[in-house]
Design a protein around this ligand. Structure first.
Ligand SMILES: Nc1ncnc2c1ncn2[C@@H]1O[C@H](COP(=O)(O)OP(=O)(O)O)[C@@H](O)[C@H]1O
Ligand SMILES: O=P(O)(O)OC[C@H]1O[C@](O)(COP(=O)(O)O)[C@@H](O)[C@@H]1O
Length: 304
C-alpha cells in the first residue's frame, strides 16, 4: 500500500487573465477551484496508474469540506484527520507568467496532531509513505522526522517532496526517492547552478547524504535521475503547456507508482516524465490516456 501525506492541503484557486494590471480591478476570463496539495496530486496520479493508495493529512472548515467532497467524487481513497480551522486556499494566477500565492495554512490543536499520528499504526512492512509539501506554520521540521521514524520502525519506506532544511534533515533517514526541481536543488546548497555538470554534482551530494533515488526535474527541460549507481536523462516531451501546477507531484507519483510494480528505475523514470508533462499539458492533473499518449515520445538516455 502507498500512503500519501499532505499535512497542508489546499484548494487551488486557478485564476486566468490575459493581462494582469496590479493596483487595478481585473476581470479574469476563467476561474476554477481544484482540490490541491502535493500529496493529493500524487494520489490522483497513483489512481490513474492503478496503484492502490490512501491520502492522509488534515482537513478542516468549509474549505476542507470542499476537498473532502471532491476527493470522494474523484474516487480518491482518503482518511484525513478533521481539524477545526479552515484548510488554506492557494491562488494560482495565470497571465503572461504564472504566479502562485501559497498560504501558510491553518493551526492544529495538540489533540488533532495526536489523532493524526495514530494513523501510522496502520503502516505495514513494505508499504511506502510519500510525504509531500509544506508543513503547517506551527510545526517544525522535526514533525516530518517524527513521522518518518514511525514509518521506518514499521520496516516501511518513505519518499519526501519538500524544500530546504526540512528536506535536508530527512536525508540521513534514507528516503527511497526525493524530487527537488533544479531551482530547489540550487536553494538546498545556497548556490546558483550554471550547467548540467554542476547540477549532477549537487544531485550526487544528495545521494551521498542518504537519498536512494534522486530525481531532479527541470520543467520544460526534462529531468535527471540518479539511481542504483546510474545517471539517466531525458528531455521533456513537446506540447502546449496549459497548467503546470502539479507537474512535479505527477512526476513523483509516476515514478513511485511504476517503480513499486517492477523495481526498474529506468521504466519508472519514463512514466515520471510522461505523468509530469501530461499534467503540464492539461487543466488539472493528467489522466491515464493523456499519460499513455506521451510515453512513446520519451527517450531515456543512460549516461553512466
Ligand atoms: N513546460 C513544460 N513542458 C513539458 N513538460 C513539463 C513542463 N513543465 C513541467 N513538465 C514536466 O513535469 C516535470 C516536473 O516539472 P517541474 O516544473 O520541474 O516540477 P515542479 O512542479 O516540482 O517544479 C518535468 O520534469 C517535465 O517532465
Ligand atoms: O505545500 P506547498 O509547498 O505550499 O505546495 C502546495 C501547492 O503545491 C501543489 O501541490 C503543486 O505542486 P507542484 O506544482 O510543485 O507539483 C499545489 O496543488 C499546491 O497549491
Amino acid at each position: 500500500m502507498i500512503y500519501t501525506v499532505t499535512v497542508n492541503p489546499a484548494i487551488d484557486y486557478v485564476v486566468q487573465t490575459e493581462t494582469l494590471n496590479l493596483g487595478r480591478v481585473n476581470r479574469p476570463q476563467y476561474t476554477n477551484f481544484i482540490a490541491g496539495g502535493k500529496g493529493i496530486n500524487v494520489s490522483k496520479i497513483l489512481n490513474q496508474l492503478d496503484s492502490p493508495n490512501t491520502a492522509w493529512g488534515f482537513l478542516g472548515g468549509f474549505t476542507g469540506e470542499f476537498l473532502k467532497t471532491t476527493l470522494t467524487t474523484e474516487k480518491i481513497k482518503s482518511d484525513f484527520t478533521p481539524i477545526a480551522a479552515n484548510t488554506r486556499v492557494n491562488v494560482k494566477l495565470k497571465s503572461d507568467v504564472e504566479t502562485e500565492l501559497n498560504a501558510a495554512g491553518p493551526q492544529v490543536t495538540a489533540a488533532e496532531l495526536a489523532t493524526f499520528k495514530v494513523k501510522f499504526d496502520q503502516v505495514q512492512p513494505g508499504d511506502i509513505v510519500i510525504f509531500s509539501g509544506s508543513l503547517l506554520p506551527q510545526l517544525t521540521n522535526d514533525f516530518y522526522l517524527e513521522l518518518i521514524d514511525l514509518v521506518v520502525a514499521k520496516q516501511a519506506q518513505f519518499a519526501i517532496d519538500t524544500t530546504g532544511q526540512a528536506l535536508l534533515d530527512t536525508l540521513a533517514k534514507q528516503p527511497l526517492v526525493i524530487k527537488p526541481n533544479h531551482h530547489e536543488l540550487a536553494d538546498l546548497f545556497h548556490t546558483t547552478i550554471h550547467n548540467d555538470d554542476e547540477l549532477l554534482k549537487y544531485a550526487a551530494q544528495l545521494h551521498e547524504l542518504g537519498a536512494n533515488h534522486v530525481l531532479i526535474s527541470m520543467a520544460g527541460a526534462g529531468a535527471y535521475l540518479l539511481a542504483d549507481g546510474y545517471i539517466y536523462h531525458s528531455a521533456a516531451p513537446k506540447g502546449q503547456v496549459v497548467n503546470s501546477v502539479g507537474a512535479g507531484d505527477s512526476m513523483l507519483a509516476g515514478y513511485i507508482g511504476e517503480f513499486t510494480k517492477h523495481q526498474d528505475p529506468e521504466l519508472a523514470f519514463k512514466y515520471g516524465l510522461a505523468c509530469g508533462s501530461a499534467t503540464a499539458f492539461t487543466e488539472n492533473i493528467a489522466t491515464i490516456d493523456q499519460i499513455n499518449h506521451l510515453l512513446p515520445q520519451i527517450k531515456i538516455e543512460k549516461i553512466s
